[in-house]
Write a protein that binds this ligand. Sequence first.
Ligand SMILES: C[S@@+](CC[C@H](N)C(=O)[O-])C[C@H]1O[C@@H](n2cnc3c(N)ncnc32)[C@H](O)[C@@H]1O
Length: 255
Amino acid sequence: MDYLNINKDAWDKRAKLHVDSKFYDVEAFKAGKSSLNIVELEQVGNVTGKSLLHLQCHFGQDTMSLARQGARVTGVDLSTEAIEQANKLKSALGLQATFIAKDIYQFGQESTEKFDIVFTSYGVLCWLPDLDKWARTIASSLVTGGEFHLVEFHTFNDLLSGYSYFPQSEPDIEDEGTYTENCDGTKSTMVTWAHSLSEVITALISAGLTIEHFKEYPYSPYKCFEGLEYIPELGYQMLHKGQQVPLLYAIKARK
Ligand SMILES: C[S@@+](CC[C@H](N)C(=O)[O-])C[C@H]1O[C@@H](n2cnc3c(N)ncnc32)[C@H](O)[C@@H]1O
């Protein structure tokens, strides 16, 4: 199964809709608003003068927010449409950034460049079949002493929505629309893989990285799942039998 082309096609369609969505709010971004949330801002800290690789950067708002904070940024994404939109936005705003349309595994095999920071966030791991390969891509892209930052949706939420928590031999293949409010009902086939927390952590350790920080959160900045309620100043939460469900986690690791 050609999962890369199937997912590329889906993300090309999504990227076209996303640039016009309130969810991504490009107008606010153009006016100077950072697209980054407090979780990653606090974790990544000062990026001034640092070289930064953003894996699965979508159409680049987070990448360019990091550029506005002083980082020298490179964003990689499978979707040619997302990278085209990122380059348009970059030119319109006169920002410095390099965007590369490529599968991250292929990027890892071909690139010889080393970065001070590798960053990736929110809805990235489920598109990748092999987390050992993902972690080796991160390790080979970092300078010695360089930092890796991941902020990801918690797979516990997927479990409560009926998906597997533990990895399975076969991926989930489903027809879906998108999570932005301007979803036009068009569905695309998508191929995804479940990844447990232990799988993520073990992959990073096996690639030679040292985990320095791991935190789970009961609030998400994004309303992109069913059953979330907004709690002012904290974000969206989900209750299961009256108890908060973990919605995000963040990992910092060092090479
Ligand atoms: C949910 S988005 C990332 C979210 C991002 N934080 C944002 O909202 O701007 C997932 C991204 O992963 C990309 N992607 C999926 N599979 C990929 C792969 N194998 N290599 C590189 N990018 C991939 C998709 O094209 C999409 O842009």
